[in-house]
Design a protein around this ligand. Sequence first.
Ligand code: NAD
Length: 359
Amino acid sequence: MRDMDPNDIRIAARELTAFCAATLVKAGARSVDAQRVAEHLVTANLTGHDSHGIGLLPAYLKHAEAGLVDVEATPEIVHDHAAIVKLDGRDCWGRIAGEAAMAAAFPKAEALGVCAVTLSNAHHLGRIGAYGEIAVNEGFAALFFVNVTDHDPMVAPYGGTDSRFGTNPVCIALPPSGTKPSFLLDMATSRIAMGKARVAANKGLRVPFGSILDENGLPTDDPSGFKGFEQAGALAPFGNHKGYGLAFAAELLAGVLSGGGTIQPGNARRGGIRNHMTAILLSPDAFGDPAAMEREMEAMWDYALASPPADWDSPVVAPGDPERALKKRRSAEGVPLDPETLKQLNDAAKAVGVQQRLG
Ligand code: NAD
């Protein structure tokens, strides 16, 4: 499996985390928050989601400087009734808000078998699969729907020619069962994540044709309009009308139920990233015979993965498997970073007074 380009250099996750945390502290973050946010970003790199990794640090610093993330805020529970709990992130770091939402949901999901938790006004939640991992580590299954506001839209509706949605991620996580690891489907509803267009533009690479619409609304494979943190054109939804429908559903479930709002232009677009989320946690134990469920899970998993591969070098895997494999490799070998991203990171850190340089 090719994991880096010739110009990339590998840096150990520990070094990246320390650099990122130190930089966030210089930008005003509490050191405990800075460490959690840094680990969250670098884990995104480790699992192969460079689009949601340390490359976002310059944007986070810009947001902190502009007050678009409140480095002193902590999330608050604003509604708590029966199987529902609602939190307001108060614009605090997304990772901190996302963890708080999970912690608030666990006791209800444990006691009632199910809990719906909403989170409004979190800064960027990053890789949503991280919250799926937190849920499955506690033995819960979970479904996450997320929308993005405070930002110009990035994704065109199916059949449209300009952006009207965020990249609205959806995540479905199931805990390990028997010999099987956790199931973790975690994806943007755009065909490629915004950050993937940015990383491709930084590296001078093409993206799959039609995953981007140019400024005239025409399909293209040229991501150059997404270099740095600019955007010219729109991302396309995955799966045509189906992905568009799922993006729309995430917009409504996350933006409306949480009270955080949707991306329609009546809501603020200050140039930050606000994520709102609706998640449903399920306790498998509340649904029936654990041994029978385990047998069925194992049988289905084996059946699906036994399909003869179209390419014998790429056997069928389960959602979550690619991230597990890459995490193992990158934890051992280091995280590859391209020269443009390295430069952006070093420039951004220097601007807040960090002496250390990466690379
Ligand atoms: P992706 O296309 O790389 O992968 C999506 C999913 O597909 C993963 O669950 C992965 O395990 C699975 N997968 C990949 N290859 C597979 C294969 N061969 N067989 C079976 N399953 C396979 O992900 P993406 O859509 O580019 O999203 C990247 C990240 O961006 C996600 O972590 C997402 O949460 C995050 N994101 C966050 C926001 C936000 O606002 N916070 C917005 C958009 C995306």
